[in-house]
Design a protein around this ligand. Sequence first.
Ligand code: ZN
Length: 339
Amino acid sequence: MRHRLQSPATHASFQHQSILLVYPSTPSSTLALTGLHHITAIAGDPRRNVAFYTGALGLRLIKRTVNFDDPSTYHLYYGDSVGTPGSVLTFFPWAGIRRGRPGTGQAYATAFSVPAGSLNFWRTRLLAHGVTPSSLTTRFGDEVISFTDPDGLILELVASTEPDARAAHPHPEISAAHGIRGFHSVTLAVSEATPTAALLTHAMGYRATATADGRTRFRVAAGGPGTYVDVVVDSSLPRGTSGAGTVHHIAFRTPDDTTQARALAALQALNLGVSPVMDRNYFHSIYYREPAGILFEIATDNPGFTIDEPLATLGTALKLPAQYESQRAAIEAHLPPLM
Ligand code: ZN
């Protein structure tokens, strides 16, 4: 059995570095980030993964492709109807992989934005799908429930009282009054908040907006659901370990290649070990690790998910990057069916 946990980047220079980051006293906004782009996690059985995210949660499977660094395994993308950045949750599924342990040094929880007043609907729906959500809690004025996916990935639904004009993907059992509108926030669990907070605020353009119960919320650009990063220090959390049910990396949005190039230069100046630009077909990416060891990516909004198939049929056929097209028959024969 091969269960290699590979970095999405092709070279191995992203080992966590113990470095002292020194920031200029004036916060910089050179990274020009506009919010969350996508979050990528590790799953077990791919068919169970599809059933949960398209069935229970009502997301659209917007792309079925392979891990560009390991084409023997899928890379599955879910999102709103068009795969708008800020709605895209992706998985590397490896059937039979051992579970990881959510904890510090990880993106600990992924939160979706749902309409205010929808959590009773979601509690009932999740229970009907065999998922037991937490009791309702309140976070910075919004009601929240949490639960786990079939691999143990920690998910949250935030009934945001803030305006969120993003449209949910239509689903026959989930009305627009209830549907998932994209990410609300991601929670980073760290053992010490200051280094991560300093990177967010001094280099990445984030601003702290509120602190309560060991949790500090950061916003970027115009703020609002889809931009938030929460940093949590909770001494009861174990050190996280990688495996099924844990987040592999989180990606932030930048508008285009020009703004990404500026971000790359700014990160290089900080000696964060940032990768060169990688072509991920649907966006272009650079990677670096923040001080707690969490893998960050900055991804462009373009070209988007309709670059290799029409909007109407997104996610229905296996799409391969050009370098693997000649191996299509072998790759298809190896991959398990999804439905
Ligand atoms: Zn990514």
